[in-house]
Design a protein around this ligand. Structure first.
Ligand code: BGC
Length: 785
């Protein structure tokens, strides 16, 4: 991978700035400047609504969890193939505001643009565009447009549009639109999918304007879900609200509603339009309540006003950065990359307990908006230490979809337990190609892992009793059923025909990662049941009844834990990825033309790919990172040396993991190289596909690369450990984490690692064999390095 790619945007640690508007950069920049609060997502498109074609732009507005379904067309469907698709639906657009400046329509493609900048202010959570526009008649206007998707108000986004005539006085006319003639760009954003959604998918139930407001309600054709949206407006001359009865003129067509208003502006006078936008759906309330909810939300937002919402946004962001920020001294480009990544993860994750996190967040249509294991293995671990409440809400989403997972397990022939879908929005399996989808059973163990990590780091025993235990038991049950004690493997427990994380080795027997994670899932299942027996028998009784579960089942779980099979290569003393891995043909990259190398599935038959001994992404190595306490450093080093030769890193989920493991075994320089590739991967668009949306997993992986990699932090068996190191390129770095209610700051320089309690009571951790306990705020420990 190219690490020398030139930065696309100027290096500014807290900002991302576009200095010039260019059509050819538009599609990518729409993702860079996408805003979201985990519920509403909106792409960084312009208020002027330029007519971009399918290759240069995509207007996109999404609501987490709101999807459209179509009947999936299969050439050859097998039993259990999902019949209905789920695609995050592109919803009506309300950002459009066209402005006539004394009779001339503002467009950056007419007249001339000076002093242009569009900046994502990551510290404040605001997107701001500034420019001076000279019309063809020579009228100069200063324009400043700010936009935010509110973290304080889940359903609200706001645009503040300010114009100041610089060398003329005249009429300023705003035409603020609600555009419902929208559709997904499936052919472009999900090219391998042949079922859509194509065309307009929302059937309009109502579209109307009234005074300063517009309102729309529509129901999807396939999933039969109803959504509603609307806008409210206020205009100011200077700081004075323009309060004229006849200010707004509404017009509605079949697919759109436009509100227009005209005000006189004197030279040098600023006219401001504040546009408040609200989205909601029937996933949150009965259909009959949608309209009154939208109206009330808009009234409340108007009442609060833009300045107040902006202030609340800042406050929210301050509290986020207070815990989540990672400071790097000595490399501003990487610092900017880290901020960008953390900012987008914050935006991506659902925070209402009913929604998850798409692999692309809410920044685009890529992967149909589906939630994968990316959430649990990459993003959730970051949130566990920085925003535990948000981590819990993502786990709630999985808890809330247990019923669908139970049904899925039955389809797969498991009489008990739950099998989570490989990709989904509504909790049902949406993967249409089972070798790369449903066969990734490891999703069950990944969810159980994330849950166990949450419980260890927060000590939230109530959550275990209320919801967690049920997830652990139900996932464990599937592991206890999927395999067998195979005679040909000395009676060891084998799991056949699964796909591990690595998507180039498919339907394999005894995938090392899967067997390891399954074993740990079962182990946690056993421990949980024993814990409940002792400490919460009433909870266990409830689960026994609810799940038709008997404690005796854990006898089999224990036997599997003790007898799990792992493929092992005696000669190399490594764990091959699966039973057949060492038999596969060595990969010869020179035979693959460079332009096809990163796109194997697009250019080669799956069987050609699967018969080679190479790997798309971190697989066995990931298991060793997560459970490093179960392996010796020497063992990890041997495996790392082997896998780094055969891994192509064709998935964005790979390099960050290799970087962490490299640090674990003392290959700090290599760890740093991997880290540098991950840290600016999206910001510099290494994969040339950023237009389709962010790579949320890798973004979170860069936080892990610093904290778990360079600082060597792990929480295993309820013990917090560090093994601090610093890349030679840096002067110092620091981060904070929440552990059992205590906020700890870790600052690492070339000479020492300093651990300080910022908030909370006490904390214990280990560095090598040293046990350290800090007591009370301000207490600190310094370790020489
Ligand atoms: C990766 C998966 C990942 C998915 C979504 C695929 O290319 O191989 O591991 O879950 O992308 O990010």
């Amino acid at each position: 991978m190219n690490t020398e790619k030139k930065p696309i945007y100027p290096i500014q640690v807290w900002d991302i700035t576009e200095q010039e508007f260019k059509r050819e950069n538009n599609y990518r920049n729409e993702t860079t400047f996408a805003l979201s609060n985990g519920y509403i997502g909106t792409r960084g498109t312009f208020e002027e609504a330029y007519p971009f074609d399918i290759d240069t732009g995509l207007e996109g507005n999404f609501v987490n969890g709101f999807y459209e379904s179509e009947h999936i067309r299969y050439g050859e469907a097998n039993f259990g193939s999902p019949l209905l698709s789920q695609s995050l639906l592109n919803l009506p657009n309300l950002k459009e505001i066209r402005v006539m400046l004394d009779g001339e329509l503002f467009s950056m493609e007419e007249g001339s643009v000076e002093e242009y900048s569009r900046t994502l202010h990551m510290k404040e959570g605001i997107l701001e565009r500034k420019l001076v526009w000279t019309s063809s008649l020579g009228h100069k206007t200063k324009i400043r447009i700010s936009r935010l998707v509110s973290f304080a108000r889940k359903n609200i986004m706001v645009i503040q549009y300010q114009v100041t005539p610089l060398n003329y006085s005249g009429k300023i006319r705003f035409a603020s639109k609600l555009e419902a003639d929208v559709e997904n760009h499936t052919r472009k954003t999900n090219p391998i999918v042949d079922y859509g959604p194509f065309g307009r998918r929302l059937l309009k139930t109502c579209i109307r304007t009234g005074q300063d407001r517009s309102y729309y309600e529509g129901t999807t054709k396939g999933s039969h879900l109803t959504m509603a949206c609307g806008s409210a407006h206020e205009i100011f001359r200077g700081t004075q609200s323009v309060d004229r009865e006849d200010l707004w003129n509404g017009e509605q067509g079949e697919w759109s509603a436009v509100l227009s208003a005209e005000v006189e502006a004197k030279e040098g006078e600023t006219i401001t339009l504040d546009k408040f936008i609200c989205y909601t759906t029937e996933l949150d309330m009965p259909k009959e309540e949608l309209e009154s909810f939208v109206n009330q939300e808009l009234s409340d937002a108007l009442q609060e006003g833009y300045a107040c919402l902006k202030e609340k946004q800042k406050t929210y962001m301050e509290s986020f950065w207070k815990t989540a920020d990672v400071k790097i001294k000595g490399n501003e480009a990487l610092q900017q990359g880290i901020h960008f990544n953390l900012y987008h993860i914050l935006q991506a994750a659902g925070r209402d307990g009913k929604t998850g996190m798409g692999a692309k967040g809410l920044s685009g249509e890529g992967y149909e908006g589906h939630y994968f294991w990316d959430t649990e293995m990459y993003v959730l671990p970051v949130l566990v230490y920085t925003e535990p409440q948000a981590a819990r809400q993502l786990l709630d989403y999985r808890y809330g979809t247990l019923e669908q997972a139970r049904k899925r397990a039955r389809i797969l022939g498991h009489e008990k337990g739950a099998l989570y879908p490989w990709r989904t929005i509504n909790g049902e399996e949406a993967s249409t190609y089972y070798p790369l989808g449903t066969a990734q059973y490891h999703i069950n163990a990944d969810i159980a892992y994330a849950l166990s990590l949450y419980l260890q780091v927060t000590g939230d025993v109530e959550y275990l009793k209320e919801k967690g235990a049920e997830i652990l038991i139900e996932t464990a049950r599937v592991w206890a059923d999927v395999g067998s004690f195979a005679e040909c493997r000395d009676g060891k427990y084998c799991i056949c025909d699964v796909t591990g994380p690595d998507e180039y080795n498919v339907l394999v027997d005894n995938n090392f990662y899967t067997n390891l994670m399954a074993r740990e899932n079962l182990r946690h299942g056993v421990e949980t049941v024993e814990y409940l027996e002792k400490n919460a028998p009433e909870c266990l009784k409830r689960l026994e009844e609810k799940l038709d579960f008997s404690v005796e089942e854990t006898g089999l779980w224990k036997k599997i834990v003790e007898n799990m099979y792992f493929p092992y290569d005696e000669k190399r003393k490594i764990y091959p990825m699966d039973d057949g891995f060492m038999m596969r043909k060595p990969w010869d990259e020179t035979k693959i033309p460079p332009e096809k190398r990163a796109w194997l599935y697009e250019n080669y038959h799956p069987l050609f790919i699967m018969r080679h001994r190479m790997s798309k992404q971190a697989d066995a190595i990931l298991g060793m990172y997560l459970h490093s306490h179960l392996f010796t450093e020497e063992e990890i080093r041997r495996n790392y040396d082997f896998y780094q030769e055969v891994t192509l890193h064709h998935s964005s989920l790979s390099t960050c993991i290799f970087g962490i493991v490299a640090c674990d075994i003392g290959y700090l320089d290599t760890g740093y190289e991997y880290f540098s590739q991950s840290a600016r991967m999206d910001l510099d668009d290494y994969h040339n596909n950023f237009y389709a949306g962010i790579h949320a997993a890798n973004m979170a992986g860069t936080w892990q690369a610093i904290v778990n990699g360079f600082a060597g932090m792990r929480c295993q068996e309820s013990e917090l450990r560090f093994k601090p190191a610093i890349p030679k390129e840096w002067e110092a770095y620091s981060f904070r984490l929440k552990y059992r209610g205590t906020l700890l700051e870790v600052s690492i320089s070339k000479e020492e690692a300093k651990f300080t309690i910022l908030e909370g009571e006490n904390i214990s951790f280990r560095i090598g064999t040293k046990e350290i306990t800090l007591n009370g705020e301000g207490d600190c420990y310094v370790e020489k390095i």
